[in-house]
Design a protein around this ligand. Structure first.
Ligand code: PMP
Length: 351
């Protein structure tokens, strides 16, 4: 090892899902929305004035902050916008988890949390889900440096009830509790309704799944004005112009078309419910999912084998080679036609 390498900040990075080049792949591996963004997004993109690109974008991300504040009926001072919720979460870890005490999150969860904690040298303690992949509230009632819980959880898809979230908030008034709601729009209850009661709550959401804009990288957090001010202070100390003009403009269009948003969500949820029945009929087992994916296991076919066979057939799903979940496939909900192909594959393979 070269001498300089001894002082390098060494990290084991997060591994994102594969983004295959071929268009013929049925891509059910990264929980993207199978439907296009709202029609207004395309219109606004065509109308964008390229001349404007010589200028810096709005550092305050104002157009998006305002439209989100209006949509969720909060004050603009309560909204923070970032480059996908990954950026928002990373900034939140950096801003809020500085006590030196371990932060708490589930053992089976979004695999970026421990990466940020390691990167930022934040101690953490993973709290095991029960055998049915449910979060145990008691595990989150202890002295800690903060809490992060995705609701619904990923990659399990399991929803936690708002009363349980409230119990956790109540027991942790001295630290920040982040509820990562990347998938909440697909049928779970948002903790946004608890904001007026709990100053220690930060709700994080994204445009990547329910608003079909993963490629634009837009995420946001909603919390009390003081918390958002602290987040902005850190953001401005890191990179003032995080959101580019295109993302700011197109994000606004996506929020404005609520009818399209709701219609798309309903389509994904209808497909999910149908696929649940078909997977069950094939012998798959899984907890009920309130997200746009199903985390399933088959008693007779190892998940790794199914994952490889699906890939050979041009169907990509996600497989995690990790303790407790190495016999599961995370299957994103695609269009009806895509899910038909998946089911047809399983019918041949399994029967
Ligand atoms: N939280 C969870 C639980 C996720 O699964 C994801 C998607 N990988 C994210 C946050 C980040 O999504 P994005 O940065 O695209 O908003």
């Amino acid at each position: 090892m070269a001498a300089w390498e001894e002082n390098v900040r060494k990290v084991v990075p997060y591994t994102p899902g594969e983004q295959p080049k071929s268009r013929n792949i049925i891509k059910l591996n990264t929980n993207e929305n199978p439907y296009p963004p709202a029609p207004g997004v395309e219109r606004a993109l065509r109308e964008m004035d390229v001349q404007e690109f010589r200028k810096y974008p709005d550092a305050e991300t104002r157009p998006l902050v305002d439209v989100l504040a209006e949509y969720y009926q909060v004050k603009p001072e309560q909204v923070f916008v970032g480059v996908g919720s990954d950026d928002v979460l990373a900034m939140s870890f950096l801003t809020f988890f500085n006590s030196g005490k371990p932060i708490l999150f589930p053992d089976i969860t979004y695999s970026f949390y421990d990466v940020w904690a390691d990167l930022l040298k934040i101690p953490y303690a993973c709290q095991p889900l029960d055998d049915e992949f449910h979060i145990r509230v008691e595990d989150y009632k202890k002295d800690c440096g903060g809490i992060v819980i995705p609701n619904p959880n990923a990659p399990t898809g399991v929803e936690m009830g708002l009363s349980q979230i409230e119990e956790i908030l109540k027991s942790n008034l001295d630290v920040i509790v982040i509820i990562d709601e990347a998938y909440v729009d697909f049928g779970a209850d948002s903790a946004l309704s608890l904001l007026p009661k709990y100053e220690n709550l930060l709700v994080v959401q994204t445009f990547s799944k329910s608003r079909s804009l993963a490629g634009m990288r837009i995420g946001y957090a909603i919390g009390c004005p003081k918390m958002i001010k602290y987040l902005n202070d850190v953001k401005y100390s890191f990179n003032s112009y995080t959101m580019n003009m295109t993302a700011l403009t197109l994000g606004v269009e996506a929020v404005k078309d609520d009818a399209y948003f709701k219609e798309t969500l309903q389509k994904v949820m209808n497909t999910r419910e149908r696929v649940k029945g078909e997977l069950k009929a094939l012998g798959f087992v899984f907890q009920d999912s309130k997200s746009n994916f199903i985390f399933a296991s088959h008693p007779n076919y190892p998940a790794k084998e199914l994952f490889e066979a699906l890939k050979q057939a041009g169907i990509y799903v996600r497989y995690f080679n990790k303790p407790r979940i190495d016999n599961y496939l995370r299957i994103s909900i695609g269009t009806d036609a895509e899910m038909d192909e998946l089911i047809a594959f399983f019918e041949k393979y399994i029967k």
